[in-house]
Design a protein around this ligand. Structure first.
Ligand SMILES: Cc1ncc(COP(=O)(O)O)c(C=O)c1O
Length: 447
């Protein structure tokens, strides 16, 4: 069989690429992107429902961001902020401090990735509280450095073979309402998960030795799952009653993704410390840890410096990104288009019993695919759906094997979104008619 240009490049790359660096889905080589559309090496176009893993909320190569990058690159590409300040980073720090959902004096520290920003939460929490333990949640993805992988719990392959991980990390079950049996009330569900949360503290974990509880208020890679409000209120109170920092990870869900600037604003709570990354610089490597000033004052220089973190080009891109989010009202747009998407998938759910829970928080959705008889996750059907969508020119991947991940750039047009809905309609009807089959690499697809 004649190979297309994508496959030829992948064959050559596969001879040298380390397997742990790519999660397999489709034979796609991204050649270019504009807004919500990607073009591959053969010139085929796709509407992008992944947004580079929620890292391009402003869309691919937004002209304002491109212009800012080019202008800054002509001035200076890099001088390490670890030694000397630069103007775009200083401006961005002030903007982020104002935007952060934390009242009172706030400080900002730079990183290159969501992962190292979450490492910074561990460092600051331990330094500030002088306590060792960190509590995190099952289903969490906080990153791939040793610190952030240690507080994550979303894939066995992420902890397999690489231990020992960071000590003094305790994981508790994330309250995933999509797992609530129909005959259980939400209150009972919250009580049940709250009991599970308290168990470590009642049996082996001295509460006065816990530095921070870190949570994604809405889990991203865990399946786009929103913790119940009552659970979050209890968690916040528990943390503050015991001198524990309430830390949140906004790397995936921040910056308008959920229809609000920050996902924690769905709960009316303020974190003590938080992280932001991914979309902050429209995909250039930049992250930040933001927290109450007294917490970020607890570490001495150079405990959290990186040569390129807060680099002039990435921070210029981030200032331009914030301009675009503000000027194009992307937060409001996310909320509005998310409602359209929820309506569309709800209608499809009425037609097809293989569609389970549908949940959108802004333009940010999880659609579960289940076995119609058992109502259990159906990863084969999920793989058939995402592969067919790929053939039809839509990039959509799965989370946890059976959740369709719907996170397009927030600049996606309504016309492009309608095109996506049409492709889903066709795909769902083909699945129902038994016309879809698994792609050859199905057993390797996904996390
Ligand atoms: C919630 C969350 N935190 C942290 C990270 C890690 O970010 P990075 O891959 O930039 O290190 C991710 C990446 O998917 C994420 O979704």
């Amino acid at each position: 069989m004649e190979l297309n240009e994508n496959q030829k490049l992948l064959n050559s790359e596969n001879k040298v690429l380390a397997p742990a660096t790519r999660i397999q889905y489709f034979d796609l080589v991204v050649a270019s992107g504009k807004g919500a559309v990607l073009t591959d090496l053969d010139g085929k176009e796709y509407v992008d429902l992944l947004a580079s893993a929620s890292a391009t909320n402003t869309g691919h190569s937004h002209p304002h961001v491109v212009e800012a990058i080019c202008q800054q690159a002509k001035q200076i590409i890099q001088y390490t902020p670890a030694y000397f300040a630069n103007e775009p980073a200083a401006r961005l720090a002030t903007r982020l401090a104002e935007l952060a959902p934390i009242s009172g004096p706030v400080r900002v520290g730079w990183g290159n990735s969501g992962s190292d920003a979450n490492d910074a939460i561990i460092k600051y929490a331990r330094a500030y509280t002088k306590r060792p333990y960190i509590v995190s949640f099952t289903g969490a993805y906080h990153g791939s450095t040793y610190g952030s992988i240690s507080i994550s719990a979303v894939s066995l392959n992420m902890s397999r073979k690489i231990g020992p991980l960071l000590p003094d990390i305790v994981k508790v079950p994330y309250p995933d309402p999509s797992k609530k049996p129909a005959n259980e009330t939400l209150n009972d569900f919250v009580d049940r998960y709250w009991e599970a949360f308290k168990l470590p503290f009642e049996t082996y974990l001295p509460v006065e030795e816990v530095a921070a509880i870190i949570i994604e208020p809405i889990q991203g890679d865990g399946g786009i799952i929103k913790a119940p409000d009552e659970y979050m209120q209890r968690l916040y109170k528990f943390a503050h009653d015991h001198g524990i920092l309430f830390a949140i990870d906004e790397v995936n869900q921040g910056l308008g993704r959920t229809g609000k600037w920050w996902s924690i604003q769905h709960f009316n709570l303020e974190p003590d410390i938080m992280t932001v990354g991914k979309s902050i610089a429209s995909g250039l490597p930049l992250s930040a840890v933001i927290g109450r000033a007294e917490i970020l004052d607890s570490l001495d220089s150079p405990a959290n410096t990186y040569t390129t973190a807060g680099n002039p080009v990435t921070t210029a891109a981030a200032n331009a990104t914030l301009d675009v989010i503000e000027n194009e009202h992307l937060v409001e747009r996310s909320e509005k288009l998310g409602k359209l998407a929820q309506e569309f998938f709800d209608q499809e759910k009425d037609k097809y019993d293989f569609i389970g829970d549908v949940r959108f928080y802004g333009l940010n959705g999880g659609v579960d695919i289940v076995d119609p008889q058992t109502h259990q996750p159906d990863s084969d059907a999920t793989n058939m759906i995402i592969y067919r969508m790929f053939e039809l020119g839509v990039v959509v991947i799965s989370l946890r094997g059976y959740t369709l991940r719907i996170q397009p750039p927030l600049v996606i047009t309504e016309e492009q979104l309608q095109h996506v809905f049409t492709a889903f309609k066709q795909t769902f009807s083909e699945l129902a008619a038994g016309k879809l089959s698994l792609p050859e690499n199905a057993d390797q697809m996904g996390w």
